[in-house]
Design a protein around this ligand. Structure first.
Ligand SMILES: CC(C)(COP(=O)(O)OP(=O)(O)OC[C@H]1O[C@@H](n2cnc3c(N)ncnc32)[C@H](O)[C@@H]1OP(=O)(O)O)[C@@H](O)C(=O)NCCC(=O)NCCS
Length: 167
């Protein structure tokens, strides 16, 4: 289903960050992210299987989220990438989540910029993002990389803002 788009690059580097496909050892960091969300915690085995399945599905999908590490050899700090999410494979969503200890250094913005370029290189012309109305840091990241608010909808969890970025 990835045609007519080129596959997204799965190895990206920015000034401070290396973005790569997830690896099984990232399962521990993934569990931490899920815990921060307050969602039910997967076991280490379940988290590892999610990573393995996502890797296996990447070639067919042509888009992915990439695990983020500091380039100077640090450990997993989160992820950023493209997902179908609430949108479509043609106009996917940009998604990111960082561990709290990595917040506040501009990492999400730096990673998201690289993903924007990677999305453009696939031939896509538009990206979306859906953000809960309380999530000020996420709105700020999107604003910094050129997204604009499109519409606000309400679902069973409250207000959800759709933002869009033409590439
Ligand atoms: C959203 C998230 C990825 C941002 O990561 P980050 O690396 O800290 O983001 P950046 O440092 O690149 O940018 C954050 C911006 O928000 C601003 N910000 C952070 N908290 C803020 C607050 N409470 N009020 C106003 N601005 C705030 C920062 O000052 C910064 O803006 P600036 O560069 O103009 O100073 C991180 O908070 C996170 O992982 N949150 C939990 C998961 C999540 O919400 N993901 C997005 C779902 S839509």
């Amino acid at each position: 289903m990835s045609a007519p788009y080129r596959p997204m690059a799965l190895e990206l580097e920015t000034e401070r960050l290396a973005l790569r496909l997830w690896d099984e050892p990232d399962a521990a960091g993934y569990r931490e992210l899920v815990g921060e969300r307050g969602d039910p915690l997967p076991t280490l085995g379940e988290a590892t299987k999610e990573i393995t399945d996502a890797r296996a599905n990447t070639p067919a999908r042509g888009i992915a989220t990439l695990a983020i590490r500091p380039r100077d050899g640090g450990e997993f700090i989160g992820y950023c990438g493209l997902v179908v999410g609430r949108s479509t494979i043609e106009e996917p969503e940009i998604a990111y989540e960082l561990l709290p200890r990595a917040h506040g250094h501009g990492y999400a913005t730096e990673a998201a910029r690289a993903i924007l370029d990677a999305a453009k290189a696939t031939g896509r012309t538009r990206l979306w993002s859906t953000v809960r109305s309380w999530n000020t840091p996420s709105f700020r990241v999107l604003e910094k990389i050129g997204f604009r608010r499109d519409r606000t909808v309400t679902d069973d969890r409250g207000e959800l803002v759709w933002l869009v970025r033409d590439l």
